[in-house]
Design a protein around this ligand. Structure first.
Ligand SMILES: Nc1ncnc2c1ncn2[C@@H]1O[C@H](COP(=O)(O)OP(=O)(O)OP(=O)(O)O)[C@@H](O)[C@H]1O
Ligand SMILES: [Mg+2]
Length: 335
């Protein structure tokens, strides 16, 4: 597509995305009017507590929401201007893996335990690329080497369980980028790894992003990981984006009480290893969201208006958006 050479080019532009789960307990608004924008070669961090809709957002973009009970009910998912939400399943299968790839927290959920690494990597390449077996093998070796797997030729004949968690994740990354996708969705890819390995994997993803100009949608519940990886950040709460800004503005002056409280859950150097502070209370059930603001019951700044009126996402400063009636006061009142 012509726009790919342009550095300001949006690789992903999600607008008004709604995904619902139709359950016996009611309709869960797992993704509600979500808008996301990611530039080519940049990382957009999507952060929020467990159950706020991060993975369902990712699955919606991939068109992999389990149906039933789930369904995308409205919105556009523009990948280089092409709306994935309106594509046929056949066309979507060509795009998955080839143009948009995804890596998960547990590599073993995507790696098949009964086939060798080589078998899976070579097959994944050949599904999309018209290559001979030996050409695909060469590409697989090259990719394993690039992601830092020692003795790649030997590794091809290994089974997944013969690799460490960090190496399995490297294999998943090799598989994901071997077809040179324009968008990589990484859903908590380092959460299951220890801190040292986590840092190595984050560094690797960052190098690959630059080298191949891949846009990365990086999903995490960890603000410290956001600080290390993201150019821009979208904060999600109860199915909605409640704040979005570039990473510096967000850390310098958060404009939503929820974001401000998420910062307190970052372990400091001194407190590392001790229990993290978590935000009091729980996310309301997505089948029964309150009138007014979804965060009202847990919010230290909540006033009458927050119970009555649902706050919309609005611009507070250049490119910095917040869905809080008291966005302008957060900095002063929550020091
Ligand atoms: N298969 C399903 N059936 C019914 N509801 C679902 C299903 N999958 C997800 N949901 C709903 O969507 C909500 C969001 O789930 P999601 O997996 O996106 O959370 P998350 O932000 O990724 O959390 P975590 O940090 O724990 O991975 C859930 O709280 C649940 O209400
Ligand atoms: Mg998740």
């Amino acid at each position: 597509m012509s726009g790919r050479g342009d550095d300001n080019h949006k690789v992903l532009d999600v607008r008004g995305l709604c995904t619902r789960f139709f359950t016996s307990a009611g309709v869960a608004r797992a993704v509600d009017e979500v808008a996301l924008s990611l530039q080519r070669g940049k990382t957009l961090g999507l952060v929020g507590e467990s159950g706020c809709g991060k993975s369902v957002t990712a699955l919606s973009i991939m068109r992999l929401v389990p149906d039933p009970p789930g369904r995308i009910t409205s919105g556009e998912i523009l990948l280089d201007g092409q709306d994935l939400a309106s594509l046929s399943e056949k066309r979507m299968r060509e795009i998955r893996g080839r143009e948009v790839a995804m890596i998960f927290q547990e590599p073993m959920t995507s790696l098949n335990p009964v086939f060798t690494i080589g078998n899976q990597l070579i097959e994944a390449i050949r599904v999309h690329e018209d290559l001979s077996k030996s050409q695909a093998r060469r590409l697989a070796l090259e990719m394993l080497e690039r992601v830092g797997i020692p003795n790649p030729a030997e590794r091809l004949s290994n089974y997944p369980h013969q690799l460490s968690g960090g190496q399995q994740q490297r294999v998943m990354i090799a598989m994901a980028i071997s077809l040179n996708p324009r968008l990589l969705i990484a859903d908590e890819p380092t959460t299951a790894l220890d801190v040292t390995v986590q840092a190595q994997i984050l560094k690797l993803l960052d190098e690959l992003r630059r080298e191949f100009s891949i846009g990365i949608l990086f999903i995490t519940h960890d603000m410290a990981v956001i600080a290390q990886t993201a150019d821009d950040v979208a904060v999600m709460y109860a199915g909605r984006i409640v704040e979005t800004a570039d990473v510096f503005s967000l850390f310098k002056a958060p404009r939503h009480p929820y974001t401000r409280l998420l910062f307190e859950s970052i372990p400091t150097e001194k407190a590392r290893g001790s229990r993290l502070r978590t935000i009091k209370g729980t996310v309301p059930p997505l089948t029964h969201l309150p009138r007014g603001c979804n965060f009202q019951k847990r919010c230290p700044l909540a006033i009458e208006r927050c119970i009555e009126e649902d706050p919309t996402l609005r611009e507070i400063a250049g490119g910095h958006l917040s869905a809080c009636h008291r966005a302008e006061e957060v900095e002063e009142l929550m020091r």
